[in-house]
Design a protein around this ligand. Structure first.
Ligand code: FAD
Length: 350
């Protein structure tokens, strides 16, 4: 196997994300988008559950400490209306096989006394947690290299052409022949798909994160907020990582994501509503990276009419990586989709 990377390993979303292991639906994936029966994000819930659970075992197989902690996650509601919505969200999640419980204000205070007393309750999902993306990416790639993969950096793919029953892939560092191709280019996947003549409904979506100075442990769970964009956690060395999908800008000259001041301020405002202790802390860094926007579910599988050309493109890829990797590897090896994943192909777009 050859990995072709335009830049340096772990340089994009996989090395710059928040490291949340998401199992419950995020606020913006619920209700309006998911609808009463659950949309694509809701259909992905069992995959998130299984993939988050697979990370510790995967890390052990790699012999790596990836700072994984299954702390459980809380989605907080600040009034009775929002708590009602969370109850409907929990019912939807349970229908999709995810264990989620609704907590009253008192139960929330008992479990997470550090959260603002203004909160009216929460949903509690014990399977959620966090991982360190700066450790995970190199460990996974290291495992692939140990199994025989070769990695070419600064090797932007420029063209993919049919060559016999396989492909010729032209890169910035020369051409290679390959029997099969996997398009796993995240935000840039649509560009690679277009080289094979396909339209992939995936677009670049720059978002940003904030990290504070380190503090003694006081935030014990992954936190999210009903209605407003927020994820917040305290990582192993004490820093808080704050995000939730706040939009970043694109630099006009380089095309690279850059931090937006209004998103930075909005994200901190929401975070301090939930976590009063944040007001006493200093922010040390904010950065932006390119996420991919799809309809809420992964797009997997072989491109119709182009045998041997596969893709694996997803949001929440830090959570979903181990499972989608396993599904894709099996599909590419056997030529057959593993059972039960037919929904996650291009076909759902008609
Ligand atoms: C700020 C941020 C926070 C996030 N937080 C979370 C989170 O907390 N939990 C979670 O589960 N998910 C999170 N995500 C989503 C997650 O990071 C992504 O879904 C996942 O990393 C996608 O992995 P990928 O390998 O598909 O894409 P990427 O990691 O983006 O990798 C794609 C690679 O393709 C390369 N490439 C592009 N074009 C070419 C070309 N022509 N030739 C060769 N190489 C090319 C790029 O250089 C890049 O290295 C977050 C994303 C962002 C941006």
């Amino acid at each position: 196997m050859v990995v072709l990377e335009r830049g340096r390993r772990n340089c994009a979303a996989s090395g710059n994300n928040a490291g949340s292991l998401h199992v419950q639906l995020l606020a913006y994936d619920f209700l309006d988008r998911a609808g009463a029966h659950g949309g694509p994000a809701a259909r992905t819930l069992p995959l998130q559950r299984d993939s988050a659970a697979a990370w510790p075992e995967f890390a052990a197989a790699l012999g790596a400490d990836l700072d994984i902690e299954i702390t459980g996650g809380l989605m907080l509601a600040e009034d009775a209306d929002r708590l009602e919505r969370l109850k409907r969200k929990a019912a939807l999640e349970r229908r999709h096989g995810v264990e989620v419980e609704v907590l009253s204000a008192n139960e929330l205070r008992d479990l997470a006394p550090y959260v603002s007393p203004r909160m009216a309750g929460a949903t509690w999902c014990p399977a959620e947690g966090r991982i360190n993306p700066l450790r995970a990416g190199p460990a996974v790639l290291g495992g692939a290299v140990a199994a025989g993969a070769r990695v070419h950096e600064d090797a932007e793919v420029l063209e993919v052409a049919r060559a016999g029953s396989g492909f010729e892939v032209r890169t910035a560092r020369g051409a290679i022949r390959s029997g099969k191709v996997l398009n796993a280019c995240g935000a840039w996947s649509a560009r690679i798909a277009a080289m094979a003549g396909a339209r992939l409904p995936a677009r670049a979506h720059p978002i940003q994160l904030i990290v504070t100075e380190a503090a003694p442990p006081f935030v014990g769970h992954l936190l999210a907020f009903a209605d407003r964009h927020l994820t917040l956690k305290q990582v192993r060395n004490g820093n808080l990582v704050i995000g939730g999908g706040w939009r970043a800008s694109l630099d006009a000259d380089t095309g690279r994501p850059t931090v937006r001041r209004d998103s930075f301020e909005g994200n901190l405002w929401v975070a301090s509503r939930v976590l009063p202790g944040l007001d006493a802390m200093h922010v040390i860094r904010s950065w932006a990276a390119m996420n991919v926007a799809v309809d809420g579910a992964p797009i997997l599988g072989e491109l119709p009419g182009v045998p041997g050309f596969f893709h694996a493109v997803t949001v929440n890829g830090m959570t979903l990586g181990p499972l989608l990797g396993r599904i894709t590897a099996e599909w590419m090896r056997t030529g057959r989709p593993p059972p039960g994943i037919g929904y996650f192909t291009l076909e759902r777009f008609g």
